[in-house]
Design a binder for this molecule. Structure first.
Ligand code: NAP
Length: 255
C-alpha cells in the first residue's frame, strides 16, 4: 500500500506493536506507520527485527526496532523504556504475540504447555500494559489480538482457543480499568495464511474447506487485520471501548 493512498490518522503518534516482524503484527505496524505513526516493532530475534526495520524504513516509515520476547520481564520493560526514551510518549499499544505449541486435547495438554499458553497469550499482555500504563495519556488506545478460535475453541487448538477467549474478557476488564484515558479493544482474526497458521494452505483441500467456512469465500489477509486494528486504535473509534471486532469473512462467532 502506498503512503499517499491512505489516511494520516496517526500523524504525531507513537505506536508499539508486539510480535511485529512478520505476519499480522508486521502488517499492523506498517499500516500505522503509513498513516503517520512512529512505530516501535519487536520480536524475539534480532535478525528479524533488523530485517523488518529495514523493510519499513524503505517504505518511508519512521520505525524503531527492539528485541522483546513478550514473556521476558526485562525485555518488556526495555521495550517500554526505549520507546519513551526515543519518542517521549506512547499513544498506541497493540498486543499481538501468541504461541500455539500443542495440538493436544485440553485434558491431554501438559502442565508446562498450559503454563506457556497462559504466559505468552494472556499474562504477557497484562504485564506489558502494566508497564505501559503510566505513559498512556488521555486519548491513548490499546488493541489486543484474539482469534475467531476464542469463540469456538476448535479441538485441534483447544487450549490456544481458550486463551483467546480469555482475551475477550480481558478486553472488557481492562477497558474498565484503563478508562477514561485509554480505550481498550480487540480484533478477532479469522484464518490468515502466515507462518503461525501455515497449516491453512498446506493442501488445497484444507484451504478450500476453510474458505467455505466464510461467507466471503476467501481467507483473510494480514492487511484486513491491519485495517481493523488501525480503525480501533484511531480516533475514528473514539467512542468505542471494551469491544471485539471479528474480522473473519462472516465465519460464525456470536450474535
Ligand atoms: P506469524 O506470521 O507467525 O508472526 C509471528 C510474529 O511473532 C513474528 O514476528 C515472530 O518473530 C513473533 N513472535 C513469536 N513469538 C513471540 C514472542 N514470544 N514474543 C515476541 N514476539 C514473538 O503469526 P501471525 O499469524 O501473524 O499471528 C499474530 C497474532 O494473530 C497471534 O496473536 C495469533 O494468535 C493471531 N491470530 C492469527 C491467525 C491466523 O490465521 N494467522 C488467526 C487468528 C489469530 P520472532 O520469531 O522473531 O519472535
Amino acid at each position: 500500500m502506498e503512503k499517499s493512498k491512505i489516511g494520516s490518522r496517526f500523524e504525531g503518534k507513537v505506536a508499539i506493536v508486539t510480535a511485529s516482524t512478520q505476519g499480522i503484527g508486521f502488517a499492523i505496524a506498517e499500516r500505522l506507520g503509513l498513516e503517520g505513526a512512529s512505530v516501535v516493532i519487536s520480536s524475539r530475534k534480532q535478525k528479524n527485527v533488523d530485517e523488518a526495520v529495514q523493510t519499513l524504513k524503505a517504505g518511508g516509515i519512521e520505525v524503531f526496532g527492539v528485541v522483546c520476547h513478550v514473556s521476558n520481564e526485562e525485555q518488556r520493560k526495555n521495550l517500554i523504556s526505549k520507546t519513551v526514551q526515543k519518542y517521549g510518549k506512547i499513544d498506541v499499544v497493540v498486543s499481538n504475540a501468541a504461541a500455539n505449541p500443542s495440538i493436544d486435547t485440553i485434558l491431554q495438554t501438559k502442565e508446562s504447555v498450559l503454563d506457556k499458553l497462559w504466559e505468552i497469550n494472556v499474562k504477557a499482555s497484562i504485564l506489558l500494559l502494566k508497564d505501559a500504563d503510566p505513559h498512556l495519556k488521555k486519548g491513548s488506545s490499546v488493541v489486543i489480538i484474539s482469534s475467531i478460535a476464542g469463540y469456538h475453541p476448535p479441538a485441534s487448538m483447544a487450549m490456544y482457543g481458550v486463551t483467546k477467549t480469555a482475551l475477550l474478557g480481558l478486553t472488557k476488564a481492562l477497558a474498565a480499568d484503563m478508562a477514561p484515558n485509554t480505550r481498550v479493544n480487540c480484533v478477532a482474526p479469522g484464518f490468515v495464511p502466515t507462518n503461525f497458521a501455515s497449516y491453512i494452505t498446506e493442501t488445497d483441500a484444507v484451504r478450500k474447506s476453510l474458505e467455505e467456512q466464510t461467507l466471503l469465500n476467501r481467507l483473510g489477509t494480514t492487511g484486513d487485520m491491519a485495517a481493523a486494528a488501525a480503525f480501533l486504535a484511531s480516533d475514528d473509534a473514539s467512542y468505542i471501548t471494551g469491544e471485539t471486532l471479528v474480522v473473519a469473512g462472516g465465519m460464525p462467532s456470536r450474535l
